[in-house]
Design a protein around this ligand. Structure first.
Ligand code: FAD
Length: 301
């Protein structure tokens, strides 16, 4: 079993997930999670804003199977929307449909999402539907399709490892989109397995959406991809206000600040809350060197 498979397996362990919620931010997660409550998160976003960086806020949580838990998540996200407005910070929301009950009942999830999107619409705040594993891809797009009949403050994510992403990017070319490589373990029946193929498709999707003229968020820590995009936008006269780079909170911090200083729009993905375990295990799966963060935190105590 590879280290990647090991950490992906750990990310889905429900016993460890519940234990992690009880015992707060441990295992080094505090360097990549912006606190366990709204006040701590707002403070982190203010610090980013002061450096010319905007934020997409993720109230951590996913794969929720109890209605009560999904309703709690919905209320917390509504509180975050209020907090963005009250504190007048440069931020929007990222959320996961499974946190809002997609695995419980589609209609229930749609109702929760509608409440969130409608409140954000009132305040002019953008909502990004994060994309999860392949099993949730179609219902997540269906939710987006239904809600975008009434609201235009929503967008989603296209994951480059899926073969069908090229078809999806054509279908959603009029939306604000975040493009990523893809974070879950998927079988070769639906997704590229080879890093080279994923990177190649990633660039193809980014270029397609940049040329479509709609806003593109290029979400990656990969400097090779970033350098390619810098050159591509220059050669194709893509205006700076039509795209942004995104990275996760706590990763490649100097590069985040540097890109913002160079004049690019930069947005940091800011996760917070006590449901950090699955998120953190996926980060370890992507890059086992992230274990260095754990080691540093353990020895810095
Ligand atoms: P990788 O392929 O992990 O790394 C490529 C190279 O970049 C590495 O070999 C190394 O040279 C360099 N590098 C990478 N990280 C570092 C580092 N920390 N320090 C130094 N060098 C480094 N996935 C989803 O499936 N759904 C989502 O909704 C989603 N949203 C995301 C939002 C944001 C803002 C980001 C950044 C990622 C998101 N992801 C999402 C995760 C994404 O799919 C990838 O799994 C993740 O970003 C890792 O791929 P990468 O492009 O960063 O580069």
């Amino acid at each position: 079993m590879s280290l990647k498979d090991f950490f992906i397996g750990m990310s889905q362990n429900q016993f460890l997930n519940s234990a992690a919620k009880k015992y707060g931010l441990k295992l080094g997660a505090q360097s990549v999670v912006a606190g366990t409550n709204i006040q701590e998160m707002i403070q982190s976003v203010k610090e980013l804003n002061a450096q010319g960086i905007s934020a997409t806020i993720d109230n951590l949580g996913e794969f929720v199977y109890e209605e009560e838990e999904a309703l709690k998540a919905k209320n917390q996200i509504l509180e975050v929307i209020e907090a963005i407005k009250i504190n007048d910070i440069d931020a929007h929301i990222s959320l996961k449909p499974t946190q809002l009950g997609l695995d419980i009942d589609y209609e229930f999830c749609r109702k929760n999402l509608r409440e969130i999107v409608s409140k954000a619409y009132e305040y002019g705040i953008f909502i990004n539907f994060d994309m999860e594993d392949y099993g949730h891809l179609k219902p997540s797009f269906d939710l987006l399709d239904e809600l975008s009949k009434d609201y235009d403050n929503i967008g989603t994510v296209i994951q480059a490892y899926f073969y069908e992403s090229i078809k999806n990017i054509e279908k959603y070319k009029d939306y604000r989109l975040r493009i990523v490589k893809g974070a879950y373990k998927e079988p070769e029946t639906v997704a590229f397995q080879d890093k080279k193929d994923i990177d190649q498709n990633f660039l193809k999707l980014i270029e397609y959406h940049l040329l479509s003229g709609k806003f593109t968020s290029i979400a990656t820590h990969d400097h090779r991809i970033i350098n390619h995009v810098k050159q591509f936008v220059q050669e194709n006269n893509i205006p700076l206000d039509k795209f942004e780079f995104q990275m996760l909170y706590g990763f490649r911090k100097e590069m985040q600040i540097e890109l913002a200083k160079e004049g690019y729009n930069f947005c940091t993905y800011v996760p917070f809350g006590d449901d950090w375990y699955g998120y953190y295990m996926r980060r370890l799966a992507e890059r086992p060197q992230n274990m260095n963060l754990v080691v540093k935190q353990v020895f810095n105590k």
